[in-house]
Design a protein around this ligand. Structure first.
Ligand code: HPA
Ligand code: ZN
Length: 349
């Protein structure tokens, strides 16, 4: 665990520091950034009929009992996305937030099958998203990359077909992930497609240990060969697994507000993030599906820090972990960490 610059920062400054400090976001589903207002605007633009009468009624439906109850609404929300411009507008709204929240790097998940299964061509999805990423780099100075997720409730053959369709656009994404309904869809179901992605030189991640057992984390590491675990909070049920994550330096992309909304933890005070962090697990904070779970990245940092009584050193470790675990060049990471150090030094003054 890297020490922060040797400065003292008063705890009253922590909220401002959390907002101002440079950070990376490594676990955010771009379809989960669709705000109800944008869902309604796109529905009108595209002539799509929604089953909710108003923005307020839709937002009121955001009360979830588990992952599946959320996914049902999340896939319904994504049904308004039809044209390249829709994907661009959605991503641009999120990337503008990144700028405001001092997110220097974001690695955004997207779910092509949610769209191709509705007849939207892969090309439309990837072109809309990647033009927004390119625009973020030039207009906002935000470094943005895409990670293509396979929906684990569908078959491995469908994942393989999605990979095939993506190959003409392979330069537009940096890796693959595994999301959607976890229970009953273990990592090993996707062994062949992940092996193929590894051969192609793509980065590999997978959701594991959100609702699924520690064994799913082992299998994501040992069978899929992932480099980071998305969520992973159920690792605490297996102390040997926690030791392994520490020793290997495997990052967990933890999503505190998501975990509370989907009833993985009863409330933020019960969350195990601080325990894992203090044990030396490479924990990061992320927003998952910010439009659905009550806040973007800085809100996750603020509420978690307040609930768990985090210190400035904890904040530093979390932000530094986010850069170290990013799939970016060593030069970019060193540059971002230098900016992080500068912010901490400035806050102590
Ligand atoms: N878990 C699994 N699949 C998802 C999630 C999540 O939190 N968000 C969007 N797809
Ligand atoms: Zn997720």
């Amino acid at each position: 665990m890297a020490a922060m610059p040797a400065v003292t920062i008063d705890s009253s400054k922590l909220p401002a520091l959390l907002q101002a400090m440079p950070k990376a976001e490594l676990h955010m589903h771009i379809e989960g950034s669709l705000e109800p207002e944008l869902i309604f605007a796109l529905a009108q633009r595209n002539g799509v009929q929604l089953s909710y009468p108003s923005v307020e009624a839709l937002r009121a439906a955001y009360a979830f009992s588990d992952l599946q109850s959320f996914l049902d609404i999340y896939y319904a929300g994504a049904s308004v996305l039809l044209k390249e411009q829709d994907f661009h507008d959605m991503a641009w709204a999120y990337l503008s937030k990144c700028k405001a929240e001092n997110i220097l790097r974001t690695e955004m998940f997207f779910d092509p099958q949610t769209h191709t299964d509705r007849g939207v061509p892969f090309e439309v999805v990837i072109k809309g998203l990647s033009s927004a990423c390119e625009r973020a780099r030039t207009e906002l100075g935000v470094s943005a990359a895409l990670i293509m997720c396979f929906l684990r409730h569908l078959s491995e053959d469908e994942a393989l077909a999605t990979l095939e369709a993506s190959l003409p656009y392979k330069d537009h994404f940096i890796g693959v992930g595994l999301d959607s309904s976890e229970r009953g869809h273990p990592p090993e179901k996707f062994a062949r497609v992940f092996a193929r992605c590894q051969e192609l030189g793509l980065h590999l991640v997978a959701h594991a240990g959100e609702e699924g057992p520690p064994q799913y984390i082992y299998n994501a590491l040992d069978i899929l060969h992932v480099e980071r675990i998305d969520h992973g909070v159920r690792c605490v049920e297996d102390p040997a697994l926690v030791q392994r994550l520490i020793q290997q330096g495997t990052a967990l992309t933890v999503c505190p507000l998501s975990n509370v909304k989907l009833c993985v933890f009863k409330d933020l005070k019960q969350h195990n993030l601080k325990t894992l962090l203090r044990q030396g697990v490479k924990v990061t904070i992320n927003s998952d599906d910010p439009a659905y779970f009550g806040g973007y990245l800085n809100q996750n940092y603020l509420e978690t820090a307040a609930a768990l009584d985090l210190t400035a050193q904890d904040a530093y470790t979390l932000a530094r972990n986010s850069f170290e675990a990013a799939f970016a060049s060593e030069a970019d990471k060193a540059n971002w960490i230098a900016q992080l150090d500068q912010t901490f030094t400035r806050f102590a003054a």
